[in-house]
Design a protein around this ligand. Structure first.
Ligand SMILES: Cc1cc2nc3c(=O)[nH]c(=O)nc-3n(C[C@H](O)[C@H](O)[C@H](O)COP(=O)(O)O)c2cc1C
Length: 210
């Protein structure tokens, strides 16, 4: 079968996307509003963009009441945000932050997670997260302000925080990190079932040591 977006409801396009682009890493985005209220929310439309400089990006969408995500509003207003990596140990708390509460509600308090101050930006990070990235806003690419429309929010990582036991010569221990991915609907994926596949090499070509 085939599906043409031009004749398909946006909510069904969204379902197609989350069922096809998976598993997705989750950016647990912490920000601070201009009113000083801490904000925390998960975003699985999330990716790395560049390593030189290190840039990452996530996509906040316009909700069904035509409201922009608080995370986007705060990231744009202050020009900074932090991305925390989600481990299974606090996945339930993460889920509790994913309710569309008004901007004056602090989702750290709502979910019982611990805010600690970032070093270089005016935002909290999640103490329970084993990896966090303090970011300065680079660019917001606006795609659509319609319901379920999105934007791509990119930030340069100014500082990485990694729990010491997880760090080995810049490699992160995936067992200790225990990162979780998002599938469609309420389904998540663990990163415990892994396998290796050596990449073919062309003699004489430079390569990144993996
Ligand atoms: C695992 C997970 C991933 C999510 N990914 C996204 C996403 O990529 N984009 C988005 O707009 N909303 C996403 N949401 C919904 C937002 O997290 C939710 O609407 C949240 O309340 C937004 O908070 P904010 O308004 O404080 O930014 C996701 C929810 C969950 C549970």
């Amino acid at each position: 079968m085939f599906i043409d977006p031009q004749t398909t409801e946006p909510v069904n396009l969204y379902k197609l996307m989350i069922g096809s682009i998976l598993p997705r890493p989750i950016a647990f985005v912490s920000t601070r509003g201009t009113d000083g209220v801490n904000n925390l929310a998960p975003f699985s439309f999330f990716t790395g963009v560049s390593a030189n400089p290190p840039v990452i990006g996530f996509s906040p969408m316009v909700n069904l009441e035509s409201r922009r995500r608080d995370s986007r509003v705060n990231a744009e207003a202050r020009g900074e945000f932090c991305v925390n990596v989600v481990s299974e140990g606090f996945i339930k708390q993460m889920n509790e932050t994913a309710v569309d509460v008004p901007p004056d509600v602090d989702e750290f308090e709502l979910a019982g997670l611990t805010p600690i101050e970032c070093d270089l930006i005016d935002a909290p990070r999640v103490a329970e997260a084993r990896v966090a990235m303090e970011c300065r806003l680079v660019q917001v690419v606006e795609i659509s302000d319609k319901v379920l429309g999105g934007a791509f929010v990119m930030g340069e990582v100014l500082r990485f925080h990694v729990d010491d036991p997880l760090f080995d010569n810049f490699r992160i221990d995936p067992v200790g990190l225990d990162a979780v991915g998002r599938m469609a609907g309420n389904t998540y994926a663990r990163t415990t079932d892994r396998f290796d596949l050596a990449r073919p090499e062309l003699p004489g070509k430079p390569r990144i040591e993996r």
